[in-house]
Write a protein that binds this ligand. Structure first.
Ligand SMILES: [Zn+2]
Ligand SMILES: [Zn+2]
Length: 109
């Protein structure tokens, strides 16, 4: 009595002796409840949790990046078309002789 290492029971199966300790939740488990994943021995619930978190992280990151890139794309295109629009407005009648581009007056003011 008192030695938890020897008398440890599986968290899920109280009648079974634990064979391993999950490093994630620091609980004892029987052979049936423990499994190896990426060279580590973890319990089935922690295995589910770790794989689920990894999947969620990848998913949420992707969802965060899509509007982020969309925002950048919209911003850049808006800026681009705004600049083009301003340039078109400012283009004087002398556009056709090509002097505007050489003088660099497009973005002034
Ligand atoms: Zn665990
Ligand atoms: Zn068990």
């Amino acid at each position: 009595m008192g030695n938890t290492l020897i008398h440890a029971r599986c968290l899920n199966h109280g009648d079974r002796e634990a064979v391993a300790r999950c490093p994630e939740c620091i609980q004892f488990y029987c052979r049936e409840c423990i499994s190896e994943f990426n060279g580590r021995v973890v319990c089935s619930s922690c295995l589910k949790k770790s794989t689920g978190i990894e999947n969620k992280k990848r998913g949420s990151l992707a969802w965060l990046l899509i509007p982020f890139y969309l925002g950048i794309a919209i911003f850049v295109s808006t800026l681009f078309f705004y600049t083009i629009g301003q340039a078109l407005i400012k283009i004087p009648s002398s556009f056709h002789d090509g002097t505007v581009w050489q003088k660099g007056k497009l973005l002034s003011d």
